[in-house]
Design a protein around this ligand. Sequence first.
Ligand code: ASP
Ligand code: MG
Length: 446
Amino acid sequence: MIVMKFGGTSVGDARAIERVCAIVADRRRRDPVVVVSAVGGITNLLLEAAQKARERSREGIRLYERFCAVHAAILRDLGLPERLIERERVQLKEVLHGIYYLGELTPRSLDCVASFGERASARIVSARLAARGVPSRPFTGWEAGIVTGDEHGNASPLPRTYRAVRARLGRARAVPVVTGFIAKNARGDITTLGRGGSDFTAAIIGRGMEADEIQIWTDVTGIMTADPRVVPAARTIRRLSFTEAAELAYFGAKVLHPRTIEPAVERDIPVRILNTFRPASAGTLVVRRAARPRRLVRAIACKKNNILINLRSTRMLDAHGFLARIFEVFRHHAVPVDLIATSEVSVSVTVDGVAAPRLGRIIGDLGKICTAGTIDGRAIVCVVGDGIGDTPNIAAKVFGAVGRRGINVEMISQASSAMNISFLVRNQDADAVVRLLHRAFLERGR
Ligand code: ASP
Ligand code: MG
């Protein structure tokens, strides 16, 4: 069997949903379990409605009405009755009223509000499938057997989930359409699996069902060799490994979050990324071990707007525990560190530019341990490919190409996974660097 997950754009309006139903109907022989996101934009709308209700603002009511109007239009265009999501509409209204009257919004209530997007979309997609002659039944995440811990907003499945999924969905005759993103904890409170969590749901179900393949249907043709807005010659990557995909996910190829496919990785279930709007294209297949590429480099990724923090202390020489004290500061301020490079008396790290408001305090604390300076507006460029670590001379090729352009590299890091070389350049140089590396490694017939 296969799991087919459709994201928010794929169920964004009636036409898109028709397309989804046609794609599912075509693959009926493969015993699909369908997982759907909320209609595009609806999760954001719900989260905002909850905030507004807490502030006792009329805007909350307006957003609620918008939720109803968007779904009513889709139902109408699909020829489905409005009462199909009557229960969701009534319950959502009651929950928002509760928040309004109490003036209080807990993470638990927020998850409850957020759940209505997927609850509505799963009902709609399932009903439309049935109307087209594909017997189908909607399931919420909890009806499908997913039980999570208590981390509202970012919950993970408990181990018993997998067996429950198999028990609940294994015998289904009709095609199950399961809500992505949402589940319940052991006490029966609704939880969510983190933003973009429908992919996680798909992987959880794929593992529970021991699926042959997990398909992530989205609005791009897969993972690309570079950002096509920067590199017009960028191509879809046919096959890559889970680790390569994880590196790329971090660097803005936001197609797959590595955490969300962990259940698939654990069971070695291939994950295929496909385009709902171009269903014939093969997409990208992510597998445990991708065949050694003809080209050494799989992709060039880039993330702009990072802050470089340079730390220096002669006391570091021969001392132990120094790094621990530095990283304790980042832990204390809850700021993740991305790249690291060290020498005997200096450490350089980068953090995402979104940490800028907390930077003053971080530097203050670091200043008690060592000399600390920051430089902002930096881009991380990442050359990714499984074979990079055991290929001589590749660093020379990368930095030679960059250096010949007169572009200065400010920090270099090649981690133990040995499948990427990451380095830092100025924001304004980043696009040129990505283009020239793409040309050097991915365009010439080498
Ligand atoms: N609807 C949820 C979100 O917007 C989950 C998802 O789309 O995967 O984050
Ligand atoms: Mg998504």
